[in-house]
Design a protein around this ligand. Structure first.
Ligand code: FAD
Length: 420
């Protein structure tokens, strides 16, 4: 069988794989990316966060993205019963990017992969990893199958697994672990949004509280197309029957904030359904490999954290792999797992706070404290590693304390107003 050699084999050409590949290549090592699909290919995850832009910049992939002319995203708008809470990334606690982009992922991921190839890294499409054998020194032999069913092998000093929902190494080596988040379902489509609101869109995404545990995303793209999706408890969707399009049209008709706007708009494809995506793994690294992006842990789409966690994990892991290849000692627990868990756990507190409605109490409160709003805005911008932000450092308690204060204040006001 044909045997190729490389320093680093990257599995997957999504945001995680391309950022990691670029960072290792920049340090002068030979990198090879293998990707199961032919690009462009569909994947969900269309709303980026400002922190993600820093990872793309360090990977030298920013220009490839900017030249695509994607819709600039300056914030996120949350809506409940017609009450609006607007977060603007230019008004945040952490020093950083004040915008990101709303992207069609097929085009975004292709731009990243093309940008990586332009840096001299080969990306082999329609090539699937089917088996990996690790040697004692951490080097490995990976078996690949191409689009014609032909097998070949590649020898690598190190593997970066950025295979996303494919979860290659966790699946091959039994590392998958269930998430502590409840299973959720999503039903979504791209529409030709002819009635788009031009007054407060398209430069931000909208998240609508449809029911306490069901929400809707509205993500406008630069092309006039808008992505719309319902997310929530799988039981919520049971009342809608028929084709996915019939189900989504009925659900949208039940949501006053978008019912009129989306009435009769064309669906560009049959709505897609995804379910039970949250997952994690026993460990984020091992002898001869590191996991980055969705393979480590994916939580929930509500705060658009997926691509940011994917690119930042690769930004960090890529640099650690370079140190490892140089023969320098790497403390993977401290410098990778703990750092990543800091970010993941901050987002986890916010995701849980969203579904238990703590964050609804905060987002839709009257007279919000502007300083606290800036701190929360930085989390929503993806700056979940800035522990000088109390709403990052004390993510597991700060939101509950704040919501309690708001509820108490509202109760006192209610009493003072004679229970009105
Ligand atoms: P991926 O983008 O999945 O890329 C992995 C690549 O690996 C794929 O191209 C795949 O083909 C390839 N691969 C898989 N198996 C193999 C194999 N055996 N051999 C070779 N290649 C392989 N995130 C956001 O940031 N914003 C959002 O608005 C958002 N919305 C979401 C909505 C929903 C309903 C869901 C479920 C997720 C959402 N996400 C969002 C999360 C986002 O989809 C992921 O976090 C993101 O795509 C992760 O990037 P990645 O590079 O890790 O993996």
């Amino acid at each position: 069988m044909q045997m190729e050699q490389t320093d680093v084999l990257v599995i997957g050409a999504g945001p995680a794989g391309t950022v990691a590949g670029a960072i290792v290549n920049k340090a002068g090592y030979k990198v090879k990316v293998v990707e199961k699909m032919k690009f462009p290919r569909f994947v969900i995850g269309e709303s980026l966060l400002p922190r993600c832009m820093e990872a793309l910049e360090e990977a030298g992939l920013l220009d490839s993205v900017l030249k695509m002319g994607f819709q600039r995203k300056t914030g996120a708008k949350f809506v409940r019963d017609g009450v609006i809470c607007d977060y603007s990334f230019s008004d945040q606690f952490t020093d950083g990017w004040n915008h990101a982009y709303q992207v069609t992922r097929a085009d975004f991921d292709k731009a990243l992969a093309d940008g990586l190839e332009a840096q001299g890294v080969p990306v082999e499409y329609e090539t699937t990893v089917t088996a990996i054998r690790f040697n004692e020194d951490g080097s490995s032999v990976t078996t690949l199958t191409d689009g014609n069913g032909n097998e070949k092998q590649i020898e690598a000093r190190f593997i970066i697994d950025g295979s996303g929902y494919g979860r290659v190494i966790p699946r091959l080596f039994g590392l998958d672990k269930p998430s502590n988040l409840a299973p959720r379902k999503a039903l979504f489509v791209h529409t030709n949004d002819v009635n788009r609101q031009m007054d407060d869109e398209p430069d931000r995404i909208t998240v609508i509280v449809h029911k306490p545990d069901v929400w809707v995303w509205v993500i406008p793209f630069a092309t006039g197309v808008t992505s719309v999706g319902f997310v929530g408890d799988p039981a919520f969707f049971e009342k809608y029957t028929g084709t996915p399009e019939e189900q989504l049209r009925a659900a949208i008709a039940d949501e006053p904030y978008i019912a009129e706007r989306m009435k009769g708009v064309e669906y560009l494809w049959e709505p897609k359904i995804l379910q039970s995506w949250s997952s994690t793994t026993e460990k984020f690294y091992g002898n001869g490999f590191v996991l980055t992006g969705n393979v480590t842990e994916f939580l929930d789409p509500v705060f658009s954290s997926g691509v940011t966690l994917a690119t930042v994990s690769s930004q960090i892991a890529g640099k650690l792999v370079v140190r490892h290849l140089k023969g320098e000692p790497v403390d993977w627990d401290k410098d990778y797992t703990e750092v990543m868990m800091q970010g993941v756990n901050t987002f986890r507190s916010y995701v849980m706070g969203w579904y238990d409605t703590t964050l609804h109490t905060i987002f839709f409160a009257k007279d919000q404290n502007p300083d606290i709003k800036k701190m929360i805005c930085s989390v929503l911008a993806g700056y979940v590693w800035d522990t000088s932000n109390p709403y990052v450092k004390e993510h597991d308690t700060a939101l509950h304390k704040l919501a309690k204060t708001i509820r108490l204040r509202d109760s006192i006001e209610y009493i003072n107003n004679g229970f009105k």
